[in-house]
Design a binder for this molecule. Structure first.
Ligand SMILES: Nc1nc2c(ncn2[C@@H]2O[C@H](COP(=O)(O)OP(=O)(O)O)[C@@H](O)[C@H]2O)c(=O)[nH]1
Ligand SMILES: [Mg+2]
Length: 345
């Protein structure tokens, strides 16, 4: 779903494959072969916060290796290249949709950026181009078939001076914001929470499915990600449905296919209010009422599954929010008993 340039969409077939293989392999994989106690599988359509969640876990754990890798030359280069790729994409949009880059000088800069093998150091060109009237039109436009310019992209433009400076030290926020369809992300994150080794694995980001299948063992939890704001967009796979309808259908298929506990993470809570102001859901504008409605839509007709579905509403860009979801997940893995959970539903 969505602009899935770097991320495979979660289709019914892939979900079926996932579950089928999970059943087959769960019996035969020995725990001694894997270096974790529990596996948590992340599922959900594209753009529903899975990669961001994995990155947050890495930031929260704050292992020395993470800090070292963040300030490495490789990481700096990756972030600068990311900025250049956003600019390149905007130039391509201008060409594709006949939007004139207004300043002659900027047209030259655009050519330099497009022709240069490594445009990530072309600070003057990048700084000048992102202020150009034509490029600004491309940023604001939501063009069909284009990779949309988003808040995360704007963050990099706002920070372009710092990122391109000689003494640039990447921050965890730089790392976090580099989650976009243009930036492929790590799909596995191992952490130790409350003394338990947990592997979080984003299935959608793993193109080679046979690789991750072989790692699954019997005890696990599924985290199903769904964006609270997906009711405003139509599904790319079926243009008669909203993305939320498609996500709900997928969630129900999942419930029919597995018996394990599922944490339903309703993401993007921070932007729900402004989304409701523009587009109410079922004529509802109030945030809390809208969240209740969305929860109901996901659990509609699924009374038998209520005892194994745990819903968390989350702003995944906020580490504190993610910590709460992790705590909940850890409690489920360790105690497995909803009476002992740290949060009520
Ligand atoms: N405002 C807001 N943006 C988010 C949230 N979670 C993810 N994003 C942004 O949504 C986009 C897609 O998220 P990503 O984690 O890549 O989705 P994935 O395709 O499921 O891995 C990225 O630009 C994220 O920065 C959230 O809770 N709130
Ligand atoms: Mg992703």
């Amino acid at each position: 779903m969505g602009n899935t340039q770097n991320c495979m969409p979660l289709s019914r077939r892939s979900l079926d494959n996932t579950i089928q293989k999970q059943r087959q392999t769960s019996q035969i994989i020995h725990r001694s072969k894997v270096n974790y106690d529990h596996l948590v599988v992340l599922l959900g359509a594209s753009g529903t916060s899975k990669s961001t969640f994995l990155k947050q876990i890495r930031i929260i754990e704050d292992a020395p290796q993470f800090r070292d890798s963040l300030s490495s030359e490789k990481s700096k280069k990756r972030i600068r290249t990311h900025v250049a790729s956003i600019v390149k994409n905007l130039i391509e949009e201008c060409v594709k949709y006949n939007i004139d880059i207004q300043e002659e000088e900027n047209r030259q800069h655009a050519e330099n950026i497009m022709c240069n093998e490594d445009p990530s150091y072309l600070l003057t060109e990048i700084k000048s181009l992102i202020k150009d009237g034509g490029v600004q039109v491309a940023m604001k436009k939501s063009l069909p078939g284009s990779v949309q310019f988003g808040n995360a992209d704007q963050y990099f433009f706002d920070n372009v001076e710092r990122i391109m400076s000689r003494d640039f030290e990447p921050t965890p926020t730089d790392y976090l914001k580099m989650t976009s369809l243009r930036a492929p992300c790590d799909s596995v994150q191992d952490v130790t929470l409350s003394g338990t080794k947990i592997r979080f694995e984003d299935v959608c980001a793993t193109k080679n499915r046979s690789k991750w299948r072989s790692k699954i063992h019997s005890m696990n939890i599924i985290m199903f990600f769904a964006s609270l704001t997906d009711y405003t967009q139509m599904s790319d796979e079926d243009d008669t449905k909203t993305r939320m309808d498609a996500s709900i259908a997928l969630f129900h298929e999942l419930l029919d296919s597995v018996n394990c506990k599922i944490i339903l993470v309703l993401s993007k809570s921070d932007v729900l209010k402004e989304t409701l102001d523009r587009t109410p859901i079922c004529a509802i504008k109030d945030e809390e009422a809208a969240i209740d409605t969305i929860k109901r839509l996901y659990m509609d007709g699924r009374d038998d599954d209520r005892s194994r579905v745990f819903i968390s509403v989350c702003n995944v860009t906020d580490s504190e929010n993610v910590k709460v979801v992790c705590k909940r997940c850890t409690d489920l893995l360790i105690y497995g008993d909803r009476n002992k959970l740290s949060m009520s539903k």
